[in-house]
Each structure stands twice: as structure tokens, then as C-alpha cells.
Ligand binder design. Sequence first.
Ligand code: GLU
Length: 449
Amino acid sequence: MNTYLVSVIENVKKKYAHEPEFVQTVEEVFTSLEPVIDKHPEYEKVDLLGRMVEPERMFTFRVCWEDDQGQWHTNTGWRCQFNGALGPYKGGIRFQANVYPGIIKFLGFEQIFKNSLTGLPIGGGKGGADFDPAGKSEAEIMRFCQAYMQALYRYIGPDIDVPAGDMGVGGREIGYLFGEYRRLKGAWENGVLTGKGFASGGSRIRPEATGFGAVYYLENVLRHEGEEIAGKTIACAGFGNVTWGICRKARELGAKVVTLSGPDGYIYDADGVVTDEKIAYLVEMRASGRNRVQDYADRFGVPFYPGEKPWGVKADVMMPSAMQNDVHMESARRIAANHVKYYIEVANMPTTNDALKFLMEQPGMIVAPSKAVNAGGVATSALEMAQNSERLVWTAEEVDRQLHQIMDTIYQMSVEAAREYGLGYNLVAGANIAGFKRVAEAMMEQGVF
Ligand code: GLU
């Protein structure tokens, strides 16, 4: 193993032992880069890798908000401006009780390479708060978002840092965040946030972009195997925006999603989440704030498996699309035993590193990494930024066409990068290498800081 690479990874392990998710992603990405680092000894002198694992800056701030009973609460907010070599920092905001710097930094680090893969001018960043939106009223959510923006607004801007949604932050929250930014700045800078509602300058197709993009990527993988998407069964996790987009695009192309999951368990719908009513119900379940997938089973009379994950079902394609570290070694063994051929990550880092390695070693199994598969979301955010800066609105067809093209290019670049470094058809290493190369080139051009 390359000694410089090893020393950077070891240092991160020691220094950030208290941020295990961040250590996990650094190890996963950097391990793939060995042939590239071997080929570029000049990176060591300027400590390119050591600089890449340190955020350019990261803010921590207090967020105080009042509940409907007049009680005040205090949460912590963060924004990590991880790497701005390619453009304004870009990445979502996550509101979830378990958020802490290790989660923000893992997401921010992934975002650098994902954003690079899109080929668009966006750097990597991420933010969030340890706020639990479950069970909060509409007014409480609005007050929390306003308080969050009061702390954040001085650090962001259309050319500086452009947040978007992530878990717990959807179109509604982005609307409140944007309203507060506009009030504070007294200016129509709608390029400061993406994922806005259409009336506030949002882009067509942004809500469905991550799911659509994931299915476009899947089609590329299937084509490589001489197969078609029509007739395929897909096991998904989660029931949020991303899964909703996958269900819609899969249905359009003749495939069907048969599982959904939540913190309470998973449902199995043998007919597929394919009718308008079922697909619309996903949006309703998410908006209810109940965070329960059992509601779907009750409504449509399909089996519900409390406390379980869907990784033991038989399906042609697995698409973990809920959250990080959802698939552990035990689930990976079940997936392999079921001879699932396509393991397509969608959520950010849904697989533990040992499970990912195990799945990649299974003969005949094809593994695709989330940073490529889910990049359509942030890519469409960049298209929203482009429309905002042009003060124009593109049609849904135009945005979808560009999204489709970007996903095809990401797939091809990943395939070519792995081949160039003698790694064969390795979509995981290929995405890491292709994403890394562009960031490294920009950092080398811009000098050491
Ligand atoms: N949170 C999403 C992601 O993980 C979207 C980020 C964005 O649109 O900026 O990529």
C-alpha cells in the first residue's frame, strides 16, 4: 500500500476516532485511490490528501426556538464548507436527532466527490442540526427553520455556499429557510438555496431528480449486462423523496418497487408501488411527520414486518435508499445468498465498509456506489442554480434531458476511470477515482492553502 496514503488514513483514524462515520468514508474513498496516488508522487509534497480531509472551515451555532406551548428549546446547528476548489460549497442540510459533527463531515466529504462527478462547478459542503422534526407542528418547523437561518445567513450566498435539503429537510423547510434569508438580506438572491418550490425559483424535476437519476444510472448498469429494466423487481428502503422518485421512474419503465422501509420496519407489496394512489400516498406519509411505514401496509393491505429490514427479500435489484450504514455484514450475507445480481446504493453510505467489500467480492454481483447513483439530486440543484443566475426557467423536459445525460456521463466516466487504472469493471473505485481526479487537478492549479 502507498505509504503516503496509509499515513493520511492512519492519521484520520487517530485524530477523528470520535467521528466514526467520517473515518469510514475517508477509508472507503482513499483506499480506492491507491493506483492514482502511486502515479502522482507530487501530491505528497503539497500534502494534497492531508488537506482534503480537513474542511476549509466549519461553523457551529446555537439555534433557539419556541414550541407551541411557549417553551424555548436550544439545539446545535452546523455547516461544513469542506472543499470549494470546484465551485461554491454545495450540499444539503440534515435535521435529525442523531446529527453531530461526524455525520456532517462524512456527508460533506462524500459530497466533494459526488459533486465533482456531476462535472458541474460545485464544491462540497453539508450542514444540519440535532433537531428532531418528528411530531413537530407546522409552526414549530417554521420557527426552527427561521432560527436556523438567522444563525447561518451570514456564511452563505449564491457564490459562497448553497445549501439544499437532506433527511428532515424538504421543500417546505427550504421555503421557510429561503423566506428568512430573503427577509434578513432584503434581496432576491434565490440562488442561495436549492430545492425551492417552483414559485420561489425552484427547478422543475428537482423533487424527483435523485430517484430519477438513480434509475437512469441503473439502466446503464443493466445495459452493460445486456438486460432491460422492464419486468425487474426492485427492493428499496426508505419512503421519502428519493424512494418516491425511484417508484415513479421504475413504473414508467415497466419495473416495480416491492419494498419500502421506515424506522418501524418494512412492507412488501408484491404488486409493486405502481399506482398513482400508492405513489401519492408516499408523499402523504412523509408529510404526516409520523415517520412510519406501517401506515402503507394498513392502507393497502400488504404485509408489514415490524423491526425488520428488507434485505432478505428476493428481488432483482436492491436499492438501499434510506440512510447510512443500513446494510451490515449480516444483511449483505442474505443478499448474496439470495443471488441478487444488482446492488445499487442510493442513500449516502448505506453500506458498512466490510459489507461493501464482501458484496463487491461476490461473483456475478454488480455493486454501484451512492456517490455516483444519487448524484442526480445535487446535479439538478446545480441546474437550479444555473436557472436562478440566468433568471430563467427551463422546462421539465429540458431539465430531465440534462439530468439523464449527466447520469449517463457519470456512469461512463466511472467505468473509464477504473479501466484506466487497471481495475476492470469496478464502479465503486471508478467513481472515487473520477471524482477525485477533478478535485485534485483544481487544488493543484490553485496552490497550497
Ligand atoms: N442532500 C442531497 C445529497 O446528498 C442534495 C444536496 C444538494 O442538492 O445540494 O446530495
